[in-house]
Each structure stands twice: as C-alpha cells, then as structure tokens.
Write a protein that binds this ligand. Structure first.
Ligand code: D5M
Ligand code: FE
Ligand code: ZN
Length: 566
C-alpha cells in the first residue's frame, strides 16, 4: 500500500472535517482511483458523521460494485497516472529518516547514549536499563527495514481490524471538576496536611517516629526519629546542614554532620517535601543529630503490570500548534506512519500537555506565533488530531501553555475547548492524572517542576540532557512538584493531588522539550521531547529541543522504541 497515498487520503479527509479509521484509509488507498473514491465516500457519508469508517467505504463499494467506473474496486493496473508508486512512497516513509537516531551527532543519539551511560551509574537496574536503551535504537533500525518490506508486500492487503472490546483504559486521580480551593489560608493547611498524612504513611514502616512536640519532651541522648515536611535547609558555618522538619504538632531541627556520609542525600532535599530523619537527641533535647535520612521513594521490589497482548502506546507531548516553529511536516510524518501496518499495534496516544503554544506565555511570544487567537489554536490542533487514526484511544492532560489555570493540579479543558476537539472523543483529564492502559499504570504529568528540580540539584542528578533523571527525583519524593512557592505554581486543594500515592509502572512527562528515558526501581520514566523547533526565546535561554520524536511503548513488555519523524 503506497504510504503517500495513505497520507494524502488522511489529509484530504481531514480538510473536509473528517477523521478516519485506519481500515477506511486502507480500503480507500487500494481503490483504483483513490481521489474519486474519497469524493464518493464523502458525498455519501451521513451528514452528522464525524469520522469515516470502513463501513462507509464499503457502502459505496457495495452500491457501485457492478459499475465500471467504481472508484473503490479494481486492479492496481488502473491506477491514476498521478498516483505515487510504491517506490516513491517507501522513499518518503517517515521511519527511514530515523536512521539519524543512531548516526551520531543528532540530539537524539546524544540522548540515547546519555541515557545508557547515565543509568549505568544510577542504580542496580543499570544493566537492564542500558540494554533497554540499546534495544530501542536497534529495534528502530530493524523496524525501518521491516517496514520497507511490508509496505511492498501489503499493497493489496487491508490492515487488520482493531477490536475495541480488547481495549482497556481507566482513568484514576482526575481532579477535573473537583477543585475546592478558594486560595485561602485554610486551603493551604489542608493540602499540606493531606500531603503529610499520605507520604508519612509511606515512611512509617521504616522509622519509629514521634511527633515534633513529643520529641522535645524526650530525655537528652535518646534515639529518636521524626517524619515531617522540610521547612528549612541551611548550611552552617562549619559545613554541616541544619534541616528543620514540620509535622502537625510543630517543627524540630535536625543537624546533619558533614562526616556522616549523608551529603549526597542532602543535595537532593527540596523544600516542602516529606522526609524522615533518624538520630540521637542532643543533651538538652533541642536538636536531633541525624544518622540517617529517608525519602518516601519507590520500593526496589515494585512489580509492574503489563498487557496480555501485543499492543503499544505512543507517548508524546508539547505539540505547540500555533507557534511559528510547530513542525507540521514532522507531525504529518508521524500521523502518516500511524496509518501504516507497522503502526497497527499503536492503539493508544498519550499526550502530556502543551497541545498549543497559547498566548502571553512568555515575553514577546506574539512575535513567534502563527496563530494569535487561543481558540483558533485549538481549532488548528483539532485539525492535526484528525490525522490520527479515528480508532486510536487518546488521553490528554494540559500543560503550562494550555488554556487552563497555570497552578497545579490543572483541571482538564473546559467544555468550550473540549467541544473544539470532540472529533476524536479523547479522554481529557487533569495534570497530573493516572491512566491504566491495558494493566499498565501510567502517571502523566506535564513536567513544570522538572525545571525546578534541574535548577536545584547538581548536574549529575538532574539536567536537561537527562530529563529522566530529574523524573527519578520526583519518584523518589513520591510527589510531582514538591516545592511550594517557587517556580511551579501550586493551587491549594482539599487533597494534594500531586502526591504519587500509588507507584506507577510508567511515568510520562514533557515540558522540557528533551527526549530521555530510563528505569528507576523498575518504573520506566519517559520524557517525550516536542513537536516544536527551537524558538528565538528558547535560543536566548539556551534550550536545544529534541523535536519530532515519538517514543513508542510496548504495553506487554514495557520496552520502548523511539521513532524520529523530523
Ligand atoms: O517549556 C519549554 C522549556 O523552556 C522548559 O524547559 C522551560 C523552559 N522555559 C520556559 N520559559 C522559560 C523562561 N522564562 N526562562 C527559562 N526557561 C524557560 P514550555 O513550557 O514549552 O515553554
Ligand atoms: Fe512545551
Ligand atoms: Zn511546558
């Protein structure tokens, strides 16, 4: 089946406002005169149809099967002169360009090798992570070859049909419509209490903790432990650190001596996160000399779920439609590929925020906008979404460029924006949210706090070149945005929706526009790059984005393949 004609059919239908099933595209592509077939199908589709199904195409086929000029039937020999040949289409195949993934010098190959190298140092899952990184690159290369063969072989075939009954998608922790916060002092108290309660539970089994007010009453020299939110971290004149923790009864200081071997952990402490400190009380019971520090963390024994069939999800983010730098061609290569037999297992598309570029997000942004009206941006985005096969299940959360409140948790889009995008019937949920896809729990979070983690932590623990390592820190803190009152805006709610209460199998973020992935205690962390080339603004702040990549996740094995479409 010529890929180019697939792509043209998808675009032709999208232009007329239709989204199409993959099978419908396949049937139309195999028609002797695809253009005429598209016309007939569009003419005959019910007025209220938003999507063209295989049945719509067959209805035309069945009606006209006796006719000589039936555009949906006939041998390839009757192809139109301007129909691209299979050879042309294979040359145009998007997967062929992904060779640059491993041909050195590109941002992606840098990311890939960083990922592998980084994991080696990180933890004892290193061996398998390194292997996973390599597998991704190798798979990509061999898939490209397979794809070429299959394109040639499949010319008369129809793509297998997706069985919606096999699909299994559940949303958890969506706070859309649940916002209770009024921004008053009491709301903040409730949010922090909830954070403390749920995260201290995670730590309780590991230390024999006492409330702050009880510790102050204990005899000097006693062993003691406290669980609290970090109220202050300071280094002392002699090079030690003073960490003040707060619980529901008060605050208590802990002194972390520089020779205790805890410096590495102190580096990772963020304000307002939940920690446990264990040690010995000073003679006057006024301070705790720390012997150990504990983060809530992910147990190393975490066992992941998995699909019981071969099915995949594409994990992407930061589309930025409306920006001058939105990469429409790369996007179309991606959506064209989704219509190929090779992409048949890709039944889910998870979008982690920044669908559009928005307006007024950064200084002088309007100089870099192709579309200056936010609603028109979503209309354009909806058109691009129509290029995605109609039978793909889509889940999306907002990001900081989207038209929802900036403070996290961000509720899913309002009705007006939902109605603009309703052609695809996407699940539109809050940032963050958890989705269970065929038994795989995916925590989706846009990722604004990653900037903060990267700014606060030493380079080797979190950097833009290895965004997945910054994600490891959030997993370790069991909170997607621990620091309050800094760069990440947090809205107080009755519940702290940003706590990572249940350990996910996959953690998916975007925002920093860098591609990076790796495993932390068996959890796959994926930061998914973007679909926007470098903006002048990003150039001025030295951001070199990884644009036009789609990480494809096997839901049965949790292996990942990164595909390049730019
Ligand atoms: O974010 C894309 C990246 O750009 C992300 O890492 C944040 C960074 N960014 C955004 N605004 C600024 C400012 N003002 N200074 C420095 N870095 C910034 P996105 O959400 O797509 O804009
Ligand atoms: Fe973005
Ligand atoms: Zn963003």
């Amino acid at each position: 089946m010529p890929l180019e004609s697939n792509a043209r059919i998808v675009k032709e239908l999208a232009k007329r406002g239709y989204n199409a099933e993959r099978e419908a595209i396949t049937l139309l592509a195999s028609a002797p005169d695809s253009a005429a077939a598209v016309e007939s199908v569009v003419d005959r589709a019910p007025d209220d149809a938003l999507r063209i199904t295989a049945d719509h195409v067959r209805a035309v086929t069945d009606d006209r099967s006796a006719s000589d000029d039936d555009p949906t039937h006939g041998s390839p020999a009757t192809r139109n002169g301007d129909e691209p040949t299979a050879t042309t289409s294979t040359t145009r195949s998007p997967v062929e360009t992904e060779g640059s993934f491993s041909d050195g010098g590109s941002a992606a190959s840098d990311s890939a090798s960083n990922t592998a190298a980084g994991n080696t140092a990180a933890d004892n899952t290193a061996a398998s992570n390194t292997a996973a990184g390599n597998t991704a690159a190798d798979n990509t290369a061999s898939n490209a070859t397979n794809n070429t063969d299959r394109n040639a072989d499949d010319s008369s075939d129809t793509a297998p049909h997706h069985d919606p009954d096999l699909r299994d998608l559940e949303i958890g922790n969506d706070m859309t419509g649940q916002s209770t916060g009024t921004g008053e002092y009491g709301d903040f108290v409730r949010t922090f209490r909830d954070r403390y309660e749920r995260l201290s539970k995670v730590l309780r089994g590991r230390v024999n903790h006492r409330p702050a007010e009880a510790i102050a009453e204990m005899p000097g020299g006693s062993d003691a432990a406290m669980i609290g939110l970090v109220n202050d971290v300071r280094s002392t004149k002699s090079g030690h650190w003073l960490v003040e923790l707060e619980d529901t009864t008060g605050t208590f200081p802990a002194l972390i001596m520089k020779d205790k071997g805890l410096a590495d952990l102190v580096d990772e402490i963020l304000m307002d996160e939940c920690l446990a400190v264990e040690g010995t009380l000073a003679d006057d019971s006024g301070i705790l000399f720390a012997d150990s520090l504990h983060f809530p963390d992910v147990p190393r024994t975490h066992r992941t779920g998995g699909a019981d069939r071969h099915v995949q999800a594409a994990l992407i983010s930061d589309v930025h439609v409306g920006s001058d730098e939105f990469m429409a061609d790369a996007w179309s290569s991606f959506t064209d590929w989704l219509h190929t037999p090779e992409a048949e297992p890709v039944e889910y598309l998870l979008l982690a925020g920044d669908m559009v570029d928005g307006v007024g997000v950064y200084p002088d942004q309007d100089e870099e906008l192709e579309i200056v009206d936010i609603y028109e941006q979503y209309e354009a985005f909806a058109e691009y979404l129509k290029e995605v096969p109609a039978d793909t299940e889509i889940v999306m959360i907002p990001g900081n460029h989207d038209a929802v409140r900036l403070a996290e948790p961000q509720p899913g889009f309002n009705d007006e924006i939902r109605s603009i995008m309703d052609v695809h019937d996407a699940q539109i949920v809050s940032n963050p949210a958890t989705v269970s896809v065929e038994g795989v729990d995916v925590l989706m979070y846009h990722g604004v706090s990653l900037d903060e983690v990267i700014a606060e932590l030493p380079e080797e623990k979190a950097s833009y070149d290895e965004p997945h390592k910054a994600m490891y820190q959030l997993l370790k803190k069991r909170h997607v945005a621990p620091q309050f009152g800094g760069h990440t805006r947090v809205a107080p709610e009755e519940r702290d929706y940003l706590v990572i209460e249940d350990v996910p199998d996959v953690f998916h973020t975007g925002h920093v526009h860098k591609l990076g992935w790796g495993k932390y205690h068996n959890v796959l962390a994926v930061n998914s790059g973007c679909w926007q080339a470098q903006t002048d603004f990003q150039k001025s702040v030295n951001i070199d984005p990884d644009s036009g990549y789609a990480p494809i996740l096997d839901l049965d094995t949790l292996d990942m393949t990164v595909r390049k479409f730019s």
